[in-house]
Design a protein around this ligand. Structure first.
Ligand SMILES: [Zn+2]
Length: 353
């Protein structure tokens, strides 16, 4: 029964670069590890462009562009047909990570992917939570395993930013019981729980990630989902202070940011040069309502960033999918908005206006 004014935002104030979208996925995967190069595409470029033009989205960055022949297909389907509207990231070939020559092989693959047109590297949470010594069996491979060092270094040398997803929300590491604030979500998706078994803690995963940031200062990292610690902006702030090569992106975390609007607003002011706009949008992503690509999703993000509206939905869904609360807008000033919407991403991607 709350009566407060609402200010819908249909178009973003400035052209948007959405740094975090998924326009394709690996066609085959086993226990969370992608196998082979084949891609499954989720939408045509034309379907996407209609929404992009309406919502003032200049560029969509498809993070899961794949490798080899799959990457070539991704580039052909989006980047090459509509230059300037789509950019594609490549991914590591996890399927070879258990082989002795992998470090060198993977570094060379990255260089080839850049040649082919890839604009960055994407790391899914596969690293740290799924990838094991013998791919799908044996102990989990650590995020800071030295076999990946040549890959991180090559990205730095070739000015390819690394969009990295490590760990997951804090609640996913706790028991799925009545005390878990994301009980419904975890009950709907039991495989998202990393409680128990041989999973490392949230903290151990983020610390391993931090050691990678520290070891590769010339490589630019975009820590997705607000560094996967949006519930704890004090901790994210500490990391951003420690690692000048770390940036964050806000995809699928406005539910977290928007329930602490005063803390979040200060965070945006302080790190306005290091925060990137992203949504984690998945065309037809019905399983994750907070990520369904479309007009409604972008309108919520714009309202959150641009207005001071109070207590509204953070996802286009009848029930808030990541916890039953609502959010408050940040009302960011124009200068900060412009950096978050496109300036920071353009700089990292090496784009010129
Ligand atoms: Zn994502």
């Amino acid at each position: 029964m709350l009566h407060v004014p609402g200010h819908p935002v249909e178009r973003a104030r400035f052209p948007v670069i959405d740094i975090h979208t998924h326009l394709a996925f690996s066609a085959k995967s086993e226990k969370g590890v992608a196998m082979g190069e084949e891609r499954k595409f989720l939408a045509t470029a034309e379907e996407l462009l209609e929404v992009m033009d309406r919502k003032n989205i200049r560029i969509m960055v498809n993070l899961t562009g794949g490798t080899g022949a799959g990457l070539a297909k991704s580039l052909k389907r989006y980047d090459e047909v509509h230059p300037g509207r789509f950019l594609t990231f490549t991914e590591p070939l996890w399927g070879r990570s258990h082989q002795a020559d992998y470090p060198k092989f993977q570094a060379e693959e990255i260089a080839q992917a850049k040649q082919a047109g890839a604009r960055g590297l994407k790391i899914l949470k596969t690293l740290g939570l799924y990838l094991r010594k013998d791919l799908t069996s044996g102990p989990l491979i650590k995020v800071d395993d030295p076999r990946f060092d040549p890959m991180w270094d090559t990205c730095g040398e070739l000015s390819l930013p690394v969009a990295i997803h490590v760990s997951d929300p804090e609640a996913f590491f706790l028991e799925t019981d009545r005390f878990n604030e994301r009980f419904e979500e975890l009950s709907n998706h039991p495989t998202w729980s990393f409680h128990g078994r041989d999973f490392p803690s949230n903290r151990e995963l983020l610390e391993a990630r931090n050691r990678v940031f520290a070891r590769h200062p010339k490589t630019q990292f975009i820590a997705l989902h607000v560094g996967n610690n949006a519930e704890n902006l004090a901790s994210v702030s500490e990391c951003l202070e420690r690692f000048p090569n770390m940036h964050v992106e806000i995809g699928a975390r406005i539910g977290e940011l928007g329930r602490q609007p005063r803390t979040a607003r200060k965070f945006f002011d302080r790190f306005q040069d290091r925060i990137l706009f992203g949504t984690d949008a998945v065309p037809n992503g019905v399983e994750t309502p907070q990520q369904i690509f479309g007009d409604k999703l972008y309108e919520i993000y714009y309202r959150f960033l641009e207005t001071e509206d109070e207590y509204f939905d953070y996802a286009p869904a009848p029930v808030p999918p990541q916890g039953r609360w609502q959010i408050y807008g940040l009302g960011l000033p124009e200068g900060v908005l412009q950096k978050v919407y496109n300036g920071n991403a353009a700089r990292l991607l090496g784009l010129r206006d």
